[in-house]
Design a protein around this ligand. Structure first.
Ligand SMILES: Nc1ncnc2c1ncn2[C@@H]1O[C@H](COP(=O)(O)OP(=O)(O)O)[C@@H](O)[C@H]1O
Ligand SMILES: [Mg+2]
Length: 493
């Protein structure tokens, strides 16, 4: 068969095995329907075997006696025409019968060069030792966008073609069976596929990742405008967004792969990660390192590696490692977490394009130097306490978000009472002042804000020394997320 331009990854794998002339393949997968589809596309008649139905061609009755595995092999050996034989769950007869194992070795010579192709599918890898060398073992990864788009087209021929790539992307990371459930869910809600169906398709994916127990799908759309200050970070973000969109056209080394945000708690790191996902128009997933280390889901290093790989199947996406210092701190390196860290560094460099990693850290002094070395992340940003202008910006954002128009408020007065505050403290001040005014049954005014501000003791005052240390450390190793211009008005503490 001539490979088509839009051949899926899985179709190519199977075609290449077939064309290499090897008559026996063992595919580990529980997706029998999907493999049936892929085999049918090879262009030969497909016979299917199962323990309950025996051997039959689509739409025809089974060959008598072939529920017996040995008889089925005899039949296909004698079969005089080119054909594909799909043997479902054949690992069971292989395990149970030495005669079947022996007969399968005969299949190899009987089918060689006769355009007969035998494909065993099974959810488990159980290849008997004596057959190891006779067959190709393949593990099918979840369907790629090409396969998903063609599946969607087959299931819903009337779906708008222009939307198929977007739908396919929404389903990426799901098996074809799961994609089918997602499609049913979407069709139940909206009988015709349209842009409005997307959230329903994504819902199935959310359930899937949540089942893993270690990755969480976050749907908290956050506009970049909701971040006060941090103009340097925002500018960088808009530039990267363009490059990220071009990721399949530009060379691998300039495709954005990740960013590390570190700094003082409560200054907008988590908020920025959510904004990155919205800005890139990608779904956001958070890796829960505590759940991984808990051991509830298996050996941490194995679970971690699996979760990273699973996320590659979800790409394009943003993957967030929150408080990454807990996972890779120099204090825990050695043993298990040392291996995890090693894996993480390699993975960061090799992972698929289209998976953007956002890591955040508070305790930056414990991060290993290797993590900060150029090439791991595209940029390491230091998110400092907001300077005067930035705090005013944050006041405005939080007031407006709560329906308070700022036009009549002279916010500039607040700068002198809020030196050294974090964004989270600004938000807290806004909430308290509004609450107080509400209780008095009137609109909030600048005096409420000032009175509240005077009563707040900021964290930076109680943790002065720690914060100086973080700063001293970060100034040498990271780029400020606020633009250099604002350095003139250094935040006071
Ligand atoms: N720069 C900022 N702009 C707007 N709001 C902010 C900013 N920094 C902090 N906040 C407010 O404080 C909350 C906590 O900030 P967060 O992003 O979780 O801090 P971090 O992750 O750096 O510890 C945010 O949800 C937001 O409401
Ligand atoms: Mg945070």
């Amino acid at each position: 068969m001539i490979p088509s331009v839009s051949e899926s990854r899985a179709a190519r794998t199977l075609r290449e095995i077939y064309e290499s002339g090897r008559p026996l393949a063992y595919v580990r997968s529980s997706e029998e329907l999907r493999i049936g589809r892929l085999l049918a596309a090879l262009g030969l008649p497909v016979w299917t075997w199962s323990l309950t139905d025996g051997l039959h061609q689509a739409g025809e009755s089974p060959v008598p006696g072939t529920t017996d595995a040995r008889a089925a092999l005899d039949f296909l050996i004698a079969h005089p025409h080119p054909a594909i034989f799909h043997l479902k769950d054949f690992h069971e007869p292989l395990r149970d019968s030495s005669a079947v194992r022996r007969r399968l070795r005969d299949v190899e010579s009987a089918c060689f060069d006769r355009q007969k192709f035998v494909v065993i599918t099974s959810p488990v890898r159980a290849v008997p030792e004596e057959l190891e060398r006779s067959m190709v073992f393949v593990e099918l990864r979840p369907p790629d966008e090409v396969e998903l788009a063609s599946f969607l087209h087959d299931e819903q021929p009337d779906a708008p073609a222009a939307l198929l790539p977007q739908f396919a992307r929404a389903l990426k990371g799901l098996t074809l069976d799961e994609a089918r459930y997602a499609l049913r869910r979407a069709l139940a809600a909206k009988p015709e596929l349209s842009a409005a169906s997307l959230p329903y398709l994504l819902e199935e994916k959310r359930l899937l990742v949540n089942r893993s127990g270690v990755i969480e799908f976050l749907s908290t759309p956050t506009n970049v405008n909701e971040i006060g200050g941090l103009e340097g970070l925002k500018k960088w973000l808009f530039e990267r967004q363009r490059l990220f969109e071009l990721r399949d056209e530009v060379s691998a080394e300039i495709v954005p792969k990740g960013v590390l945000l570190m700094g003082i708690p409560g200054c907008g790191k988590s908020l920025s990660v959510k904004a990155i996902a919205s800005c890139f128009q990608l779904p956001l997933y958070r890796m829960d390192m505590n759940a991984i280390f808990s051991g509830r889901h298996g050996k941490p290093e194995v679970v971690f590696a699996e979760a990273c790989r699973m996320m590659e199947e979800m790409a394009p996406a943003v993957l967030w490692f929150d408080e990454i210092e807990n996972a890779v701190s120099t204090q825990t390196v050695g043993g298990e977490s040392g291996r995890m860290f090693g894996f993480f560094l390699t993975w960061m460099q090799e992972k698929t394009r289209g998976l953007f990693v956002a890591a955040t850290a508070n305790r930056i002094d414990v991060l290993p130097a290797e993590l900060l070395r150029k090439g791991r992340f595209d940029e390491v940003f230091f998110v400092d306490l907001p300077v005067d202008d930035e705090r005013l910006d944050i006041f405005r954002i939080h007031l407006e978000r709560r329906g308070v128009p700022v036009a009549g408020l002279d916010l500039a007065q607040l700068t002198q009472f809020t030196g050294g505050w974090s964004g989270a403290e600004v938000e807290q001040c806004v909430v308290s002042a509004i609450t107080k005014a509400k209780l008095a049954d009137r609109a909030v005014n600048i005096q409420d804000l000032i009175t509240t501000a005077v009563g707040i003791v900021s964290l930076s005052r109680t943790m002065k020394e720690q914060i100086s240390n973080i700063r001293a450390w970060a100034f040498e190793r990271a780029v400020r997320a606020s633009p250099p211009a604002s350095r003139a008005s250094k935040p006071m503490m």
